[in-house]
Design a protein. Structure first.
Length: 411
């Protein structure tokens, strides 16, 4: 059964490109402790669900050695030995002295004896590498960040005045990404996978997602090199969606070691490593106003906005063009949908759906308030409504993850 949190809508085009990962990259996204649930599924011999849970833990922090080990065990039970060997090798290479690393050595002796010596060579030579990159962790730990630039400035373009597009590379092939704060994972579809010269994943999927039209599709994870600007990540856990025609999404697991400012007037995203930003103790000008936020278990940024004077939690989503609500959320806000309003067919990662667009009296977040503001409404239920570019696109804003605030100013 797909949970409520999994039924987020991902709209491409005129409505939104919302949180792909928060929508449900994994069947356990709505749970606060996917590791505990993974153990439960493993004990019940539901190895596919267990693997999905442990992959969620690994995506959040690659230092969770027990999760890596149990994920490998789960894949081994599923006869997906390629992924199992990959995970065991990660433990032997990066955490050889841990208990999980020692158990991984024993497992590899049976599955792939040659991988043990190869992993040993990689471990001994990795310290000599001076490549400005880091591996698959999204935890921002000091070891992982050592090779990252302290600051980076990315130039972006606004596609159709909405999506923030940055140029990057996957497998040394050029790729245009949507810079998406509503997405916890970095995702490409099958058509992009072919364009960058990577083979279609084999073995069982690591999870499923559901989008507009309620179409459920499979996801796989492959390690590869992803680069944007001067930031290069090797052995990066890129998520592959069994879809086509969807732009690649640069999610939080790529840029999480950074605090970033999006300056629409300059067309730049200025990234400062969290450790560097903390040492500077930046004082923001009085024209800046801070908006507190919290993160969903899947990584999405949740803020409390005022819609027609009523508070409601919304997903702050740079990948969304419009502000999108469900009909049920309109009812909760006491807003009636007018008859005969404009309708559009929105096409997204899961298919197509109809939305209705009409103005509401006001919508406000921190210092920014807009009146007679046009929103989009779908009859398909989903999680938090989306606060998109149509609301904050003319602002400059800094996402300060450490302080859990957005510094927002109208330009």
């Amino acid at each position: 059964m797909i949970s409520k949190r999994e039924r987020r809508v991902k709209v491409v085009g005129t409505a939104a490109l919302c949180a792909f990962a928060a929508m449900s990259l994994f069947s356990t996204a709505a749970h606060a402790d996917p590791y505990a649930e993974g153990i439960d599924f493993y004990q019940k011999r539901n190895y596919a669900r267990a693997a999905s849970c442990f992959e969620t833990v690994i995506a959040r922090s690659s230092e969770q050695t027990n999760a890596i080990y149990y994920a490998a065990l789960s894949y081994q039970q599923l006869r997906n030995n390629a992924r199992a060997i990959e995970l065991y090798t990660t433990l032997v290479t990066r955490y050889p002295r841990s208990q999980a690393g020692q158990m991984a050595i024993q497992a590899l002796k049976t599955l792939s004896p040659g991988a043990i010596s190869s992993a040993g060579r990689s471990a001994s030579s990795s310290s000599a590498s001076s490549v400005r990159s880091y591996s698959s962790s999204s935890s921002g730990g000091s070891d992982e960040e050592a090779g990252l630039p302290a600051e980076e400035r990315l130039h972006f373009r606004n596609e159709a005045g909405s999506h923030i597009m940055v140029q990057g590379q996957v497998n040394n092939r050029s790729v245009d990404f949507v810079f998406d704060t509503g997405c916890d994972q970095t995702v490409i579809g099958m058509d992009t996978l072919e364009q960058v010269g990577l083979s279609k994943p084999t073995g069982p999927p690591v999870g499923k997602s559901i989008g507009v039209g309620n179409a459920v599709t499979d996801n796989w994870r492959i390690p590869t090199t992803v680069r944007v600007g001067g930031i290069e990540r090797r052995n990066f856990p890129l998520l592959i969606s069994d879809r086509t025609g969807v732009p690649p999404l640069l999610g939080r697991n790529f840029y999480s070691p950074y605090q970033f400012t999006i300056d629409k007037s300059a067309g730049t995203i200025n990234l400062v490593k969290n450790s560097t930003a903390s040492s500077r103790r930046t004082t923001y000008a009085s024209s800046f106003n801070t908006v507190p936020f919290k993160r969903l278990s899947g990584g999405g940024i949740i803020v409390t906005a005022q819609v027609n004077g009523r508070p409601i939690e919304m997903l702050f989503d740079t990948g969304a063009k419009n502000c999108l609500f469900s009909a049920g959320q309109m009812k909760q806000l006491g807003i009636n949908i007018p008859e005969g309003v404009e309708e559009e067919t929105e096409r997204g990662v899961g298919g197509a759906t109809r939305t209705r667009k009409f103005p509401i009296n006001s919508i406000k977040l921190g210092p920014v308030e807009k009146n007679n503001f046009v929103i989009a409404v779908t009859d398909i239920p989903f999680g938090e409504p989306l606060l998109g570019q149509s609301f904050f696109g003319d602002c400059q804003y800094t996402i300060d993850d450490k302080a859990r605030v957005i510094h927002l100013v109208r330009r």
